[in-house]
Ligand binder design. Sequence first.
Ligand SMILES: Cc1cc2nc3c(=O)[nH]c(=O)nc-3n(C[C@H](O)[C@H](O)[C@H](O)COP(=O)(O)OP(=O)(O)OC[C@H]3O[C@@H](n4cnc5c(N)ncnc54)[C@H](O)[C@@H]3O)c2cc1C
Length: 443
Amino acid sequence: MFAAKSVTRAASRHRCWTRFLSTATAAPSSYKVVVVGGGAGGLAVSSTLSQKLGKNEVSVIEPSATHYQQPLFTFVGGGLKSFDEAHRPTSEVVSPDAQWINQAAAHIDPDNNTITLADGAKVSYEYLVVAAGIELNFAGIKGLESSIGKNGVASNYSPHYVQNTYEFLQNVREGNALFTMPATPIKCAGAPQKIAYLADELFCEKGIRDKVAVNYYTALGKIFAIDKYANAMNEVARSRDISVNLFHDLVEVDGAGKKATFKILGSGPQAGETVVVPYEFLHVTPPMKPFDFIKNSAIANGAGYVDVNQGTLQHTKYPNVYAIGDCSSLPTSKTAAAAAAQSSVLKHNLLNQIRGTAAPAAEYNGYTSCPLVTGKHKLVLAEFSGYTGAPHETFFFNQAKEHAFSYWLTADVLPAVYWSSMLKGTWDGPATIRKVANPTSAN
Ligand SMILES: Cc1cc2nc3c(=O)[nH]c(=O)nc-3n(C[C@H](O)[C@H](O)[C@H](O)COP(=O)(O)OP(=O)(O)OC[C@H]3O[C@@H](n4cnc5c(N)ncnc54)[C@H](O)[C@@H]3O)c2cc1C
């Protein structure tokens, strides 16, 4: 049994943390469903399941006392939203019908249906949903850990450094502003370039754009995976005089000397060489990797992600295990939009299994979205299937064009939907809206 202090009942949105602990009660160490991770996907699933299955049948293992709405981090880094809009206490967002276990999962044993927590206690389950996200690997770049948060080095990817982005951008007077994208899979593959467009706009507003070179460095061979949107973003970058450097992987940061070293990838004549670029401002998207507790468990595939069927989200070997979002093996772009679409499929299939109904399985089609903000009131709203590469646009206009409506939707509507609906399990993406707003869409 795990200690009572490690378990909190997320029963009240309004109690302070002290009162929360004092009213915590011992809870069973065994649940119908255990959800590992209380992020975007984990809460979308656990909220519905806990309502359907009854109080305390579902537990959420989540080590962080703060929940972050990460898609807002781009706007925070660009100075368009406050950091306070992007986070809430976890106690307020876990469903009151679920048990929040305020610890990290340390080991998964799917042969015995148990999770070992960081303090060594064990929790057992009948069904498991893994929703732990993906780990930021700042240590994967030499010198980065000792440079970030100072020396003009920031990252929208971490709640610790996202506020540094706007702070350091405002200090720039001249020189190079660099924006990087690593070679590993990452969450929101558009975010590394979004902040370059916002920085460009800020430098223009300050009247210093002619003194600052804005340079985007990506380890990949394209600016965006889907051609329709890659063409649009190449044009946005060209028209703003933002240089796009393909096959450049950030490998070292010299914070004191304000120099960034890139290794050249690909098969060109310079492949394997390194180039050193001086900077005044450096926005780093760190490499990312699967968490070790998943990678080292029997539920992982060779790359370390939870090995699930790409249609049903059910594990390929353990039928009582499912995964959602960034930690899954699903071969689509890792976004909250994708997790929303996956959540309804997962819930449908898992509830069918629990209830023993013979209803047909729901199938996830790879839907994902990347709202590429290019300035205040301008945004390219990429929506597509990561499985086929085909656009899945919700609206009747060409979403590859910068649009004020797309900006309003992303900056003002979707953040409210995230808190009020997605985390409560009632938002599974715009598929229904698409049927009305873009009925002729092939998708
Ligand atoms: C800068 C930035 C911009 C983005 N922009 C967009 C956007 O515009 N649109 C969009 O759709 N998406 C965007 N995303 C991506 C989106 O936030 C993620 O893809 C989404 O949150 C994935 O949901 P998830 O549940 O898989 O993971 P997360 O939401 O990351 O949640 C994972 C949870 O698991 C917890 N956890 C970690 N380790 C453990 C452990 N050992 N045990 C238990 N729990 C654990 C974490 O604390 C976390 O709460 C952006 C992300 C960033 C960083």
